[in-house]
Structures are given as structure tokens and as C-alpha cells.
Design a protein around this ligand. Structure first.
Ligand SMILES: [Zn+2]
Length: 486
């Protein structure tokens, strides 16, 4: 049962720029700039300029705990910044296990970077509590906000429903316009791996919401994030001896999205839980975090690798399969809209902060040593040869050339049944590429999609009084984004 007052719904949005039905952000009124008062920051969504101000101020005012670092540049040249939050008076940052949190890889999911920023503020604000003090001594929290600043700016200034990066390679335009890349299909290891012919076509069409890009890590944003993770993990590996990892490894990697109210540990590529002990560890992790969510917000999240249909090239799959990070998952915030009203930010933020404390507690008790089955530590320990993805996932899977030759051994994945089904509802939410005959099930899905498109109009026409506050109709701009994509 939800805690009293847990749902604080309001349809009144003070600033109309956060509106999924608004097709042109250039026509919206300008947002109210952040005053610079930290207690005011989470009362509204903030543009990139104010996010950067908040991060700089947090670092400047709390030098004992916060360092702001640039780890790369976006396609359009914006700095990709992380906050490294730890007790700098206690131990060396490079030697502490790292809890890496990122939000905003998908531009339109504004609550994701807002929630991660909330966690940053809370780490500092509660740094004197016994629990948080210990976590700040034991871990470094690295927070990348937002992962996709170009897309974020575009979602503020032009198209509220923009999801991808803003890369505009001449060979990969969408009808002459910027195509961008789905940065959460752009990671290595399982890049482009699917056994669904229709989805495969979607993944390689620049106009779709799930365009994977020309090659794994083609996007500077995924290069920067993976580079940070890889550097730490490699350095821990190089310092390992007698079967024990060296200092400074990645203890956890969490990628925040919206909206599905779910926790998705690996494998996204198959929708199947890894074999034990890793699978059991990940299930215990989501249970611990869910318990904290329930205590904070009165609600629980759906959990499991199978909550969404199979998806290739996601960050958590790479983090687990290539780096061996066991505590890794996608967290899907809220379950109603990409345009969550701004008066929900603090509610979601405090819920997620409770989850992060539970995660740190889980790592403290259960340990955070890398997988002994997958990733670079397992490779070192067993000296196994690499296998191609197609061998591992079965002959029904048709990987793209750039997905092959990954350095990670993947033998246990062979045991997983990769005979994934059709993508069902998610197929509706990507834009079909022009040309080519459509399979019959696609035609059925398109008809269903048309019915879904008509539904909001029918509801509006026949019953204004009964209209639901959150119709899952994300856009009128040629992108039929009814449901969240991982
Ligand atoms: Zn997303």
C-alpha cells in the first residue's frame, strides 16, 4: 500500500516547455532560470546551462567531497562531465571501488538526469550521517550527467521528444536531416545482435528511434562513458594478483531512463537472466533496491531481464559481459510519461536516493568483485579464447560484422536460449524505414498502431470530462513513441 501522500499528482505544470504534445519547443515560453539556490534546483526541470551551473557549484562549495571532471566531448563539442563524489580526506579516489551512475543517454527522458543530480546533492547533503559517511569513505560515486547533452539541448530548444544523439554523418542522414544514434544501442559486445528480421531493419535505419549507428562506440558519448569504466577496470585488472582484483574497480554501473518503473539487469540482448551465481547476485540486488524504493515511495518496480523484449548494444550488457561488473542494470523511472510534471522530481529523486543507499549497502555486504564467468577478469582467470557472438547466441542470430571479434569470452551465454520472440508492442514505437515489403505481422502491428494513434482523438472527442491525465501518446511529430524503449 502506498505511503500516505506518496502520489502527488498535478496537471499544473508551471512551465509549458515540459509537454509531450508540444511539437515545437521554439514556440514555448522561456524557462525560469535557476536562482542559484540549491534548495530551489529540483522544483523544476533545468536546461543544460543550469545543470552545469549546479554541478560546478556543488564542486566549488564542497571540495572535500566533490570533484568535477571532463571525460570527453559530445558530437557537437559540449563537455561530458562527471562528478566524482567521495570523502577525499579518506583514501585515494583511484583506489576506491566505483559506483558509476549515469542519466540522460536518451534526451527526452528528463527525469533521469534530474534524479541522478538529486542523488549527487543528497550524497553531499547527508555526508555527515553515519551511513553515508561510511559509503563516502568506502566508495567513489561517479555521476555522468547528462550522457547525451546535445540531444538534451535539442529536446529543450526544438523537439521535446528527441531521443538520440545529434550526430549527422553524411552517409547516415534521415531524409537529409540529422539522424542521430540511439546511444543505448551503440555499446560493444552485443552491438546489432538480434534474431528478429524486422527489428534488425529498424536498428539499421537512420530514421528510427533505435538506429544503432555505423559501428559500436561510434558516438563520442558512449566512447567517453565506456572509456572511463574501461580504464578503471583495466587498471584494477593489471594490479590484480593471486586471483584477487586490484584496487579501483567498478563496483556498480546503473543507467537511468524513463519511463517504465522497472529494473532491468542483464541480459538485455536475450531477455534472460545470466546463469548463477551472477544471476542470483543480480536478483538479490534488485530485491534490495526494491525494498528501499517501497520504503521511500510506497511502490515497487518490476524487475528482471525479461521486462522488455530483447535489445542489443545496451550499456549494462557491455558492462557485465565485457567488464564483468555484476551490479549493473537499467533503471526505468516512473511509469506514465516522458513529460513527468516537475513537481514529481523531488519525489522520484528521494526514491532513487534510497535505492542508491540500498545498493551501496548491498555491495558492502555481498561484495563487488567482478564476475568469474564473464568479462576481462574471467578471461584472465580461465585463459579462455574468445568466441564470436554468433557462436554464442546461436545460429538464428545475425550479428553485424562490427559486433564480432569482441575480446570477451562468452561461453556461458551459449547456454542461453536466444530464440527471442517478436518484439510485440515495441515494434510500434519505432518509425518504419521506407522501402521493402513488410511481413504480415508488421502490417497487423501497423494497423494496431493506427488504432492506438486514433484512441486519444476518440477519447478527446467523445469524453472531454473523462480524459485521462496521461495519455500514452508521446508525440505528433512523426515518431510514434507510445512506450519507453530501453
Ligand atoms: Zn531510455
Amino acid at each position: 500500500m502506498p505511503a500516505p501522500g506518496a502520489r502527488r499528482l498535478s496537471l499544473v505544470e508551471p512551465w509549458s516547455g515540459n509537454n509531450c504534445h508540444q511539437t515545437n519547443q521554439q514556440n514555448r515560453p522561456p524557462p525560469t532560470p535557476w536562482s542559484g539556490d540549491a534548495t530551489e534546483f529540483f522544483k523544476d526541470y533545468r536546461n543544460l546551462h543550469d545543470i552545469n551551473r549546479f554541478m560546478a557549484q556543488l564542486a566549488q562549495e564542497n571540495p572535500r567531497f566533490v570533484v568535477l571532471r571532463e571525460i570527453g566531448r559530445s558530437w557537437e563539442g559540449r563537455p561530458l562531465q562527471v562528478l566524482e563524489i567521495t570523502d577525499h580526506h579518506s583514501g585515494n579516489v583511484a583506489d576506491k571501488p566505483c559506483i558509476f551512475l549515469e542519466g540522460g543517454i536518451h534526451a527526452r527522458e528528463w527525469i533521469a538526469p534530474a534524479a541522478v543530480l538529486y542523488i549527487a546533492g543528497a550524497l553531499v547533503r547527508e555526508s555527515s550521517s553515519a551511513e553515508v559517511q561510511k559509503y563516502l569513505q568506502d566508495f567513489v560515486f561517479t555521476l555522468l550527467i547528462p550522457v547525451n547533452p546535445d540531444g538534451y539541448v535539442y529536446s529543450w530548444e526544438v523537439n521535446r521528444m528527441w531521443r538520440k544523439t545529434r550526430s549527422n554523418r553524411t552517409d547516415y542522414l534521415c531524409h537529409g536531416h540529422v539522424a542521430g544514434v540511439d546511444a543505448n544501442r551503440n555499446w560493444g559486445l552485443t552491438f546489432g545482435v538480434t534474431n528478429d528480421a524486422y527489428y534488425d531493419q529498424q536498428l539499421h535505419s537512420p530514421c528510427t528511434q533505435v538506429f544503432i549507428g555505423p559501428s559500436a562506440f561510434s558516438e563520442p558519448e558512449t566512447q567517453a562513458a565506456s572509456g572511463y569504466l574501461q580504464k578503471r577496470q583495466q587498471s584494477s585488472l593489471h594490479a590484480s594478483k593471486d586471483g584477487k582484483m586490484g584496487p579501483g574497480h567498478i563496483a556498480a554501473f546503473i543507467d537511468y531512463h524513463s519511463y517504465a518503473q522497472a529494473m532491468l539487469p542483464p541480459w538485455a540482448v536475450t531477455g534472460k537472466t545470466p546463469t548463477n551465481p551472477d544471476g542470483a547476485y543480480q536478483t538479490a540486488m534488485t530485491s534490495a533496491v526494491n525494498a528501499a524504493f517501497q520504503q521511500s515511495s510506497g511502490r515497487t518496480f518490476r524487475t528482471g531481464a525479461d521486462v522488455f523484449p530483447p535489445d542489443p548494444g545496451t550499456g549494462p550488457d557491455w558492462a557485465f559481459g565485457h567488464l564483468g561488473i555484476r551490479a549493473t542494470m537499467t533503471v526505468e523511472l516512473e511509469g506514465r510519461s516522458f513529460c513527468l510534471p516537475s513537481n514529481q522530481i523531488e519525489f522520484v529523486g528521494s526514491e532513487q536516493w534510497a535505492g542508491v543507499k540500498a545498493l551501496a549497502g548491498f555491495l558492502t555486504v555481498q561484495g563487488s568483485q567482478p564476475s568469474s564467468s564473464f568479462g576481462i577478469f574471467a578471461d584472465r582467470a580461465t585463459n579462455r579464447g574468445s568466441a564470436t557472438i554468433s557462436e554464442l547466441l546461436g545460429s538464428e542470430v545475425h550479428p553485424k560484422p562490427s559486433a564480432i571479434g569482441s575480446s570477451t569470452s562468452f561461453s556461458q551465454l551459449a547456454a542461453l536460449d536466444a530464440q527471442g520472440g517478436q518484439r510485440g508492442q515495441e515494434a510500434l514505437s519505432t518509425t518504419a524505414s521506407p522501402g521493402g515489403g513488410l511481413p504480415s505481422f508488421v502490417v497487423v502491428l501497423l494497423i494496431l498502431g493506427a488504432i492506438m494513434l486514433m484512441a486519444p482523438i476518440a477519447i478527446f472527442w467523445f469524453g472531454r470530462e473523462k480524459r485521462k491525465p496521461y495519455v500514452r501518446d508521446a508525440s505528433q511529430i512523426g515518431e510514434t513513441a507510445h512506450v519507453e524503449l530501453e
